[in-house]
Ligand binder design. Sequence first.
Ligand SMILES: [Zn+2]
Length: 92
Amino acid sequence: MKDMIYLPKGWEQYREEIIAACGGEGNIRQVKEKFGRLTTYLGKEEYDKATLDMYEKMCSLTCMECGSKVAMYFRRHGWVGPICHECILQGK
Ligand SMILES: [Zn+2]
């Protein structure tokens, strides 16, 4: 089921916690980034909504490229997402 989880590399640091909050890999239909937000599609098993909400907020503040937690939202080339100033300067 690993290939149902598509996290930007900057968010990989949260992978295990997100899987746990989703109620385990077996409950994950898809986890991905959509419009710069962590988006989860889950099955019917119990999941930890409070923790998942927290990671949604954390991801929205975490650079999708490098994982820095000082990201801001930018829109470029029709793409929207949290990315930090360093990565912008490096042209990522
Ligand atoms: Zn960055």
